[in-house]
Design a binder for this molecule. Structure first.
Ligand SMILES: [Zn+2]
Length: 469
């Protein structure tokens, strides 16, 4: 493109293909560096060099140097197929080849007693990460493509189970399978959703549906930032700290049984174009939480600051739905003039669980002993009957983990089906300006699951750090 060119790539939020989960295709809500993979991504991503004499020279993308001259100003080599693993004890080169993933994971590590300047490159390193991630994944997918006979892909035709395709299976020609062993693939997500349904068959409904979001204000993240950096500059830190917190949270519930013995559990980690990871967790308990105990586990009220100052602070910082509606019509939650998250919620003096859907938790009004509080808004402070705006939380989890942790109690089959599907909906996608392909109903259809999986995949820079590390 010429510098004067003003073309834009537009991500369409209103063009969700039939049968797709809306949340997979929503528009990014923050500014971030991301990669959107188009269908022909299997074509080599050659590097074209514009020489000073106006000649263009093409290099293969696997070429060891030439990329990112600002990061590697001294001409340091990038990854190439002959990089060897180093023995960690002797420090000597071994005969084993180093994979692209190993190599980039090493490059992104915080090195002891050594300055890793890559981690100081801010947005440029975001671009570097997504680019290298695409390279790693492409190598993986090419391997799968070239080893289709080992996957017995012809057997899949007899099983007549193309997962992602609504095509008429009698007309299937060549079939390229993306197996369920590939994390995040449609077959993998389908398998997880089947597991969730099997758990429901055996153990009944899950008791708790928990969403935990990475909190960039965590001390563990703040302490590792270099001078002048903000958490956005260090996806490596946010990803790793979140992973540790999330493991610890699972142990807290499953091994330490803070809500009682756990039958089984399931979670998925996702990014959903919000820049930071969050996990959706389903917990099945041996002993169901009885309706008179729910108020001890789940609460949507502002705690009394005189009784528990710490909890009050965590809730005010993390668990308040920013007032929307007439108070703030431009809030991102507003769809067709209504809050998509159903705020402000009705004030009720006692928890009601019989409702077909989510229970109505106790939210006491000011007359009933609830609190009026001030919420800071861009256009000034407002005083609201605050219990209407609190996201349901667990006092125990919020105080321990100091992040946005939404806890819901599941009590209807309707919500369980939705949640099981929601937890396993698959990777983020974006619909953008590519011409749709026309298909002739009677023509022989070549199903290429790998290409289907890749088309329109949206991977944010924060998300790419996770699998690399
Ligand atoms: Zn809202």
């Amino acid at each position: 493109m010429m510098p004067s060119d003003t073309h834009k790539i537009v991500i369409h939020a209103d063009k969700t293909p039939a049968g797709e989960h809306v949340r997979r295709l929503n528009v990014p809500t923050i500014d971030e560096v991301a990669i959107v993979i188009v269908r022909d991504q299997f074509q080599p991503r050659d590097i074209v060099l514009h020489r000073r004499n106006d000649q263009l020279t093409t290099f293969a993308e696997t070429h060891r140097c030439l990329q990112y001259p600002i990061i590697f100003w001294d001409g340091a080599d990038g990854y190439h197929f002959n990089v060897k693993m180093i023995d960690p004890v002797s420090g000597k080169e071994t005969n084993m080849k180093c994979s692209a993933r190993n190599y980039y994971s090493y490059r992104l590590m915080i090195q002891e007693n050594e300055d890793n300047h890559i981690l100081k490159c801010r947005q440029l390193v975001h671009q570097y990460i997504v680019d290298m991630y695409a390279k790693i994944k492409k190598a993986c997918l090419i391997f799968i493509r070239l080893n289709q006979t080992k996957l017995h892909s012809e057997e899949y035709v007899h099983l007549r189970d193309p997962v992602v395709n609504d095509a008429n299976t009698t007309n299937i020609g060549r079939l390229t399978i993306l197996p369920s062993s590939y994390t995040g693939s449609p077959r993998h997500m389908h398998e997880c959703a089947q597991d969730a349904i099997a758990y429901v068959h055996h153990y009944g409904r899950p008791e708790l549906f928990i969403t935990v979001t990475c909190n960039p204000a965590w001390d563990d993240i703040q302490q590792l930032l270099l001078p002048g950096q903000s958490p956005v500059d260090r996806h490596d830190i946010t990803a790793r700290v979140f992973r540790q917190k999330q493991k610890s949270l699972m142990d807290f519930m499953v091994k330490h049984e803070v809500f009682g013995s756990v039958h089984c559990w399931m979670y998925s980690v996702e990014w959903q174009k919000r820049g930071l990871p969050h996990a959706h967790i389903l917990i099945w308990l041996y002993n169901k939480i009885t309706s008179n105990k729910i108020d001890n586990v789940i609460c949507p009220e502002i705690p009394n600051a005189d009784v528990d100052k710490d909890l009050h602070e965590v809730v005010m910082k993390n668990m308040i739905h920013v007032p929307c509606g007439t108070l703030n019509p431009n809030s991102p939650c507003m769809i067709d003039g209504k809050c998509s998250k159903r705020y402000p919620r009705a004030l009720v003096s006692n928890t009601v669980t019989g409702n077909n859907g989510y229970p109505l938790y106790r939210r006491r009004s000011a007359e009933d002993g609830g609190k009026l509080a001030t919420i800071q808004m861009r256009n000034g402070d407002i005083e609201v009957d605050n219990n209407q705006w609190v996201v349901t939380y667990s006092p125990l989890l919020s105080k321990t983990y100091r992040a946005h942790i939404n806890v819901e109690y599941c009590n209807s089959i309707k919500s369980i089906k939705y949640i099981c599907k929601y937890v396993n909906k698959g990777s983020d996608m974006a619909v953008f300006g590519v011409q749709p392909e026309r298909s002739d109903r009677n023509a022989v259809i070549h199903i290429d699951e790998i290409a289907q999986y890749q088309a329109g995949r949206y991977i944010s820079s924060n998300e790419t750090v996770w699998p690399i590390l």
